[in-house]
Structures are given as structure tokens and as C-alpha cells.
Design a protein around this ligand. Structure first.
Ligand SMILES: [Fe+2]
Length: 205
């Protein structure tokens, strides 16, 4: 007679991905509008370009200069409203008590070829994420680190479906949002393509 045993997963790390607009034609219009608004932000943001030259090699971010995109104009306010809905769903899946999470900051990122963003987390926030406006070929994955990594003192290499090891890679798609808990370390891989990748990141707390 077989001996009974069971294996259950505890402490899962949840990562959310969703489309903001369902219909293809409406999505194209939505993305075009956001791209135009984002280009205007980029063109006007002298301070951000200066900061990026030192802190964001080969790329541009408005993180230090214009981090309230969600209050700036109707394009970004509309974006925020759509993201709010996804954040509510994600928060529910995480089992958070029904408290209102608010978007606290929102900024633009433009990553030309050779741009990369090394491992980091988003301190003092609860949920963070990125919405992808433009994702040309070769623009790199969003790579999450297994939060248990620093504790794996003698863990052997893993096989088969676990072969990717301690990282999970998401190939971003234009029109989609990816959400994660703000403590989860992540990085943006090198843009090996020839075109710029454009995204909008945010924090909720
Ligand atoms: Fe990030």
C-alpha cells in the first residue's frame, strides 16, 4: 500500500499582466495618443535629460523630474484610470485588505538601443508596474529575480521547466501592463534592437 504524501506551494510570488484596451483598433489609437503625449514630455524635460545622462546610461527617464504624469493631462489621467482597475484585481489576488491603493508616482522611460536598467526595487511602495507604449524587436525582457535567491546557500541547479534558474523573464508587449509587488527585484535587459522602447512606470501605495 502506497504511503500518502502531499506537496503544496506556499508563499507564491504573483506577477500580473493584462491588456488595457481589448479591441485592436482602439488600442492603436490609445497607444498613438500616449506616444504623442510622451514625446511632448520628453521634448520639454531638460532637467530629466540632464539627470538621465548621469543616472540612466544610454536612456531617458522622467523619474527625477516629472513623476506625476498621472496628473499631467487627459492622456495620462485616462491611462491611470485603466491601470487602477488592474491594480484592484491584482491587490485582490494578493489578498490585501480592501483599502484604497493610490497611484503616487508615474514617469516616462525611453530606452534606445544599448540602454539597460540594472537590478532594483521600488522602496516605500506597495505595488509597482510598467505599461508598454512601444516595444520594438529586440528591446529586452523585464527580468524578475527569485526573492529567495539570497537564502539559497547550497541549492543545486534545477532541471526542465525550472531551468531558467532564479529569474523569470517577461517579454513586454505594447498595450500591456505588468504589475508586481514593489519589493520584488527586477531589471530591464539590454535593448539589442535598433529602435527605441517606450514605457510608463508607476508606484502605488
Ligand atoms: Fe523598476
Amino acid at each position: 500500500m502506497a504511503i500518502k504524501s502531499s506537496i503544496k506551494a506556499y508563499f507564491p510570488t504573483l506577477i500580473y499582466e493584462g491588456a488595457l484596451v481589448a479591441e485592436a483598433q482602439k488600442q492603436r489609437k490609445f497607444l498613438k495618443d500616449l506616444e504623442n503625449s510622451s514625446q511632448k514630455v520628453f521634448q520639454s524635460d531638460t532637467q530629466g535629460k540632464k539627470w538621465s545622462a548621469t543616472h540612466y546610461p544610454n536612456g531617458y527617464t522622467s523619474y527625477s523630474s516629472i513623476s506625476n504624469l498621472h496628473e499631467l493631462n487627459s492622456s495620462f489621467i485616462n491611462l491611470k484610470k485603466k491601470i487602477d482597475t488592474h491594480v484592484a484585481k491584482y491587490a485582490q489576488a494578493l489578498g490585501f485588505a480592501p483599502r484604497k491603493l493610490q497611484m503616487q508616482s508615474c514617469w516616462l522611460n525611453i530606452m534606445p538601443p544599448k540602454a539597460t536598467h540594472s537590478l532594483h526595487l521600488h522602496p516605500l511602495s506597495v505595488i509597482s508596474g510598467t505599461f508598454y507604449v512601444s516595444v520594438p524587436k529586440g528591446s529586452g525582457a523585464l527580468k524578475f529575480e527569485d526573492p529567495r535567491l539570497s537564502k539559497m546557500m547550497a541549492a543545486p541547479e534545477r532541471r526542465d521547466k525550472f531551468a531558467s534558474g532564479s529569474f523569470a523573464r517577461f517579454a513586454p508587449r505594447a498595450g500591456n501592463v505588468i504589475l508586481f509587488e514593489s519589493w520584488l527585484r527586477h531589471e530591464v535587459e539590454n535593448n539589442t534592437g535598433v529602435d527605441e522602447r517606450m514605457s510608463i512606470s508607476f508606484n502605488y501605495s
